[in-house]
Each structure stands twice: as structure tokens, then as C-alpha cells.
Design a protein around this ligand. Sequence first.
Ligand SMILES: Nc1ncnc2c1ncn2[C@@H]1O[C@H](COP(=O)(O)OP(=O)(O)OP(=O)(O)O)[C@@H](O)[C@H]1O
Length: 355
Amino acid sequence: MNHKVPIRIDGRFRLGDVLGSGSYAVVYHARNIIKDDAVAIKLESITAQPSSVQRKYAILKRLEGGVGIPCALWFGRESTYHALVLGLLGPSLHDLFLAHDRKFSLHTVVNLGIQLLSRLEYIHSNNYVHCNIKPQNVLVGLGHLKHTAFIIDFGIAKEYWDTATRVHIPFRQNQRLTGTPAFASINNHLGVDLGRHDDLESLTYMLIYLLRGSLPWLTSDDEKLSSSSILEHKVNTTIEVLCDGIPVEFASVLIYTRSLAFSEDPDYGRLCSLLCGLQATLAAPSTCSLDISMPDNHITRHPPISNEHWMAEAAPCLPDATPLRRSTRVSHQRAASPMHPTALRKKPLVAGSRC
Ligand SMILES: Nc1ncnc2c1ncn2[C@@H]1O[C@H](COP(=O)(O)OP(=O)(O)OP(=O)(O)O)[C@@H](O)[C@H]1O
């Protein structure tokens, strides 16, 4: 069922262009006419029951205040839609990756890794597992937050309780994979209940993907492979092959995350130390700032919204950096140890970004 999309939400947010869409909702650029600032608004038909947008709002409120957590400004009903008003963010890593010819510099990937480890530690410390870490779900901020990576889309996030507080059922009732096969942990493919280590495993696949430009279980022409064939490739690809030609630290992180049990507390500080150790060897300045932006010739995702648009009667209908260093290659012996022994400096992680 298609409904006319309202031109204003809660009387104060004027709807603009579409920024993106997911399975249930469409995200619009909008303007707060009272404060004169830009926001993003997610609209979902009220026929969606239960409302995924309402659930996302509740989770964002629980995580409110964390660095790199989108700001949830308002949730309510407008006409025949549930509306979630969010702080406006910039492009996703996916958009940026495509705009940069499918490769990020080592410096960028390491910085992303350090920031996102910190985000996951924060989310996990609030008893949530994200369950869908992938380049489409990481957005960079705008303006003074342009060096901050934000994690979005808590649509399939689940509450995490360890076995001390709850009897742990090892297999999900619905054993189908949750999230995105390319970046899913092996446990996820197997239908095992997801824990904090699964987010870390997905993050590691994502970092390797951004560094190498692809993953061995993806085809070059973006052909959609079945989840079972991705699983088969994933299990049959050795870590040595997966991390061939990239610094050994990524193999160490993956070996460690795969070795964690469901209720084991991940040592985020150790993982972060590994990446910080690697960062210190790079020629680029030792800072966690992200040096990725849309190339100048790229069409901006957030075009200014024209007056004509605001005057329109109704909006359209909703349809139902540094070169890769090859010096520190993965060697068989080093990849075999869970952690690179030279990089085990412990650093406490604070909530949100450490940099
Ligand atoms: N705060 C934001 N600022 C700018 N763009 C955003 C924002 N939130 C989401 N987007 C854009 O909208 C797209 C869809 O967002 P999202 O994945 O959260 O939608 P969804 O319908 O809730 O997704 P799903 O169906 O996967 O749960 C994103 O890929 C992103 O491009």
C-alpha cells in the first residue's frame, strides 16, 4: 500500500530528498525549520508491525551519548508513518569505498579499525550485539565530526546476556543467517547464537575487505552468491590466504576473535594495541582521524534542498590514502599465534573513541 509521504514531520521537519532505504524504511534528508539545521528522517509505514523503526529508536536511546552513535532526536507518528528523526550523517564506507576505486589506504583502515573496536566495546558494554557490521552500516560524520565513524542500523541488534545472568541457548530458534553473508561470522552461518565475538569477526572481515578490495568468497562482478557457498569458501580459506599481502596484525585479530567463546569477554584493549602498534609503524601521522572523503568530482549525497521542493504539495510516494605497505606480510609462523607477541601492550578502552 502506497501513501502520500507528508511534507512535514512533527510540524518542524521539512522533508527533502531520499538519502537511502532499507528493507522497511526510507531515509530522507530534512530540515528543522525552527533551528535551521539538517537532519535525517526515517519513515516506515505504520502497517509494519512490530515497528522496526520504534525498536531502533529505543536502542539508540539506550546507547545515547556514545561517540559514533547516531543521535536519535525524535520518534513519533506522522500521517500513516512512523518517523524517526536522526542527526544527519555523511556517506557510508560503502559509498566512499566505491568512490575510491574499491581500496582504502592502510592508514585509513587501521584508523577505522581502532575507532570501530571502540564503538563495539561501547555497544557491547550496553548489552547489545549489533549483528550486522558491514561497510553500508558505517557512516562518517559531517562537519567537525567528519573524522568520526558512526555505526548505524540497529535493526537486527540483539540484547546480549552472558551465561552468568541467563541460561545460554547455543542455537538460535530460527537458524537462518542474520545480517549479511559476506561479512557474517562463521558461527552466524551455522545458526549459533550471536555474541560479541561475532561482531568482532565481522569487523575484521570488513577491514580486510576495505584493505584488499574484496574477499575470497566474493565474486568480482558482485554476483549474488548463496549463503551456503559463501560459508563453504569462508571455512575453506585459510587465514594465511585471506590475509596474504596485508600486515600480520589483521590475521592476529581474526585468529583471536575466532578463538573467543560466546561468554568470553573480548580483550578490546589488546586488539586495539595491535592496530595502534601497526599505526605507529606508518609514515602517516599517528592519529585516529579518518582521511576519507568523497572525491571532489563525486556527486554529493546531501544536495541542498531547493525552495521549490519545500513549496511542493507532497513528496513522492514511498514504495511498498597512504599506499599499502607490503613489508609486514603474514608469515605462517606468526599467523599461527593468536596474538602478535610484540603488540600486546594493554591499553584501557574508554567509552567511545579513544582518539
Ligand atoms: N543518520 C543518517 N544520516 C544520513 N544518512 C543516513 C542516516 N541513517 C541512514 N542513512 C542512509 O539511509 C540508508 C538506509 O538506512 P538504514 O540501513 O538504517 O535503513 P533501514 O530501513 O532502517 O535499514 P534495514 O532495513 O537494513 O534495517 C543508509 O544506508 C544510509 O545511506
